[in-house]
Design a protein around this ligand. Structure first.
Ligand SMILES: *Cc1c(COP(=O)(O)O)cnc(C)c1O
Length: 219
């Protein structure tokens, strides 16, 4: 099936309140253009340089989401245009995002990445550390950053029960953190679900799914 057909089929079965991020990493501009022509406006990339190149080449009403791990020293390359950074996992990174956003006189929306998978992944915060960060005095001073939600990745496994329980943990973390309402913390987004597990993620309360291979084919 074509990219257009894939998108149509996915959208047909996606509840209306769920944002679809088309994960276009490694895919050529022509593939993104086809998705754009089929109405897709939110794209996710995991490498800043690649996202920058695609930003330059494609229409300017696209919302660019950084879904990969971000190194502080690269933030400056996307600060002008990035719409949402999914993988924020430290105060240090948010501090840099704040600094670079200020230079462009904008507020950059960020999600805190929470480690929900059992498997040993290097990235993501514990729910406790996320809470501490959001309540810290330092974070309160970052007025060019707004934390609008949480993001998580489940273990890569066929065990649906395990995936469900990991997504439940993200949902409950979200509910717990949601009571922290400040100028720069307004939680509304739960970014969870990829091609292999997004149906489970939706059942568990996802509001944003990140789909790559089910739209663009295998990488
Ligand atoms: C690559 C990637 C996706 C999309 O994965 P698919 O299995 O192709 O849907 C989603 N989220 C993150 C963080 C990714 O790196």
């Amino acid at each position: 099936m074509s990219i257009t057909q894939n998108l149509q089929q996915i959208r047909q079965n996606l509840p209306e309140h769920i944002t679809l991020v088309a994960v276009s990493k490694t895919k050529p501009i022509t593939a993104l253009q086809e998705a754009y022509d089929a109405g897709q406006r939110v794209f996710g990339e995991n490498k800043i340089q690649e996202m920058e190149d695609k930003f330059e080449a494609l229409p300017k009403d696209i919302k660019w989401h950084m879904i990969g791990h971000v190194q502080s020293n690269k933030v400056k390359y996307m600060a002008e245009f990035v719409d949402l950074i999914h993988g924020c996992d430290s105060l240090k990174l948010l501090k840099e995002v704040n600094k670079q956003a200020k230079k462009h006189d904008r507020v950059i929306n960020c999600l805190l990445q929470i480690k929900i998978a059992e498997e040993d992944s290097k990235f993501g915060m514990t729910p406790e550390d996320a809470e501490k960060l959001l309540k810290s005095e330092q974070f309160a001073k970052f007025n060019h950053v707004c934390v609008t939600g949480v993001m998580g990745m489940a273990t890569f496994t066929d065990n649906e029960q395990q995936i469900s329980s990991e997504f439940k943990l993200l949902k409950s973390t979200f509910e717990q953190l949601k009571s922290i309402e400040t100028e720069n913390c307004k939680l509304k987004t739960i970014s969870m679900g990829m091609s292999g597990d997004y149906k489970i993620a939706i059942e568990e309360g996802s509001t944003m799914v990140r789909l790559g291979s089910s739209i663009f084919g295998a990488r």
